[in-house]
Ligand binder design. Structure first.
Ligand SMILES: NC(=O)c1ccc[n+]([C@@H]2O[C@H](COP(=O)([O-])OP(=O)(O)OC[C@H]3O[C@@H](n4cnc5c(N)ncnc54)[C@H](OP(=O)(O)O)[C@@H]3O)[C@@H](O)[C@H]2O)c1
Length: 294
């Protein structure tokens, strides 16, 4: 038996890794290849997987789901059948779709999936009134956020957060992860490139307040998912434009204690716009809530 995964962006696809790991002694004609997603039949960053499968001599393949990507959809299956391979399609479809939900969402909705993450004090503040960053959540919650970053292709933030907090906005995780691209939405033509956000060239500045256009600019770069980590102004704009599929809030048990920059407008939209609370649990002393926009 052999297994394979698509391990990193631009790297060999799972089918190729799996076939390459089969013991040379084993006759490929006797093997069945199980794929979650339909093998590709076009040259992208790597050659077509169908060619690899056909030339390997494998005669039987089970495919979980037809690839929704129009460059692939149906064409991989047709090519394999034409080569005389016994192809079975449609196994564990829901499980496969949910394990790759951002990819399926992008192709079905013609835009990336948008997650918004906020941290709030018990009295619903995001920051001090003077904009100074405040430590809201516990180390364990902060660690959880790093994992969420690693799951997304792009992190979007706003000009005020950048100027006030000087965030790094990379995914600091202890496993191999594709670092999300950092996108700043700001009207400033000349951002202060000494800030942490610009420490390597995996960033982009988009000077457009029309978020539908912004999301299309990101979609055209072929990204599946966006994580918005910004203050209440930009988060509110995303919500008002109907561009939030999931909102994750981390609430600390501590109050800010004085006036600050508030999440109230954001929380009102969540409450009034049919977002469903799908999970709520404690992380250390904080409560993590996940709301889905149905
Ligand atoms: N608790 C948390 O989870 C959390 C997370 C992030 C930040 N914060 C805090 O939030 C504070 C800043 O919040 P904020 O609400 O003032 O600012 P913000 O939402 O971070 O940024 C607003 C800025 O984003 C840019 N922008 C571009 N398109 C926009 C659009 N369609 N709608 C709104 N803004 C758009 C503009 O930048 P330009 O002005 O450059 O054009 C605008 O001034 C910071 O002090 C930070 O500490 C808290």
């Amino acid at each position: 038996m052999s297994t394979g995964a698509h391990e990193y962006f631009g790297g060999p696809h799972a089918e190729v890794n799996c076939i390459d790991r089969v013991d040379a002694e084993i006759k490929k004609e006797d093997l069945t290849l199980f794929c979650t997603l339909e093998p590709c039949n076009h040259t992208g960053k790597t050659p077509p997987c169908t060619e690899k499968i056909i030339s390997s001599g494998i005669k039987k393949i089970v495919i979980g789901v037809v690839d929704p990507n129009p460059l692939v959809s149906g064409q991989g299956i047709r090519k394999l059948k034409e080569a005389g391979i016994d192809v079975k399609v449609g196994v564990l479809e829901e499980e496969i779709k949910s394990s790759n939900e951002f990819y399926f969402f992008k192709h079905e909705n013609k835009r990336p999936f948008v997650t918004i993450k906020i941290a709030q004090t018990i009295d619903n503040y995001a920051a001090d009134n003077n904009g100074k960053p405040i430590k809201i959540t516990s180390e364990k919650s902060n660690h959880d956020v790093q994992n969420i970053r690693a799951l997304h292709d792009v992190i979007v933030t706003g000009g005020n957060t950048l100027r006030n907090d000087n965030p790094t906005m990379n995914a600091r995780v202890d496993f191999v992860a594709n670092q999300p691209k950092r996108i700043l939405l700001s009207s400033e033509a000349k951002a202060d490139l000494k800030l942490n956000f610009f420490k390597d060239d995996h960033f982009q500045i988009i000077d457009d307040v029309d978020l539908k256009k912004v999301v299309q600019i990101i979609y055209k770069q072929n990204f599946n998912s966006i994580l918005v980590e910004a203050g209440p102004k930009l988060v509110e704009s995303f919500l008002k434009d109907g561009l939030c599929d999931r909102l994750i809030s981390y609430q600390s048990p501590e109050p800010l204690g004085n006036e600050g920059i508030s999440w109230s407008a954001v929380l009102n939209i969540i409450e009034k716009n049919g977002f469903n609370l799908t999970s709520s649990y404690t992380i250390d002393r904080d409560i993590k809530r996940v709301f889905i926009n149905d």
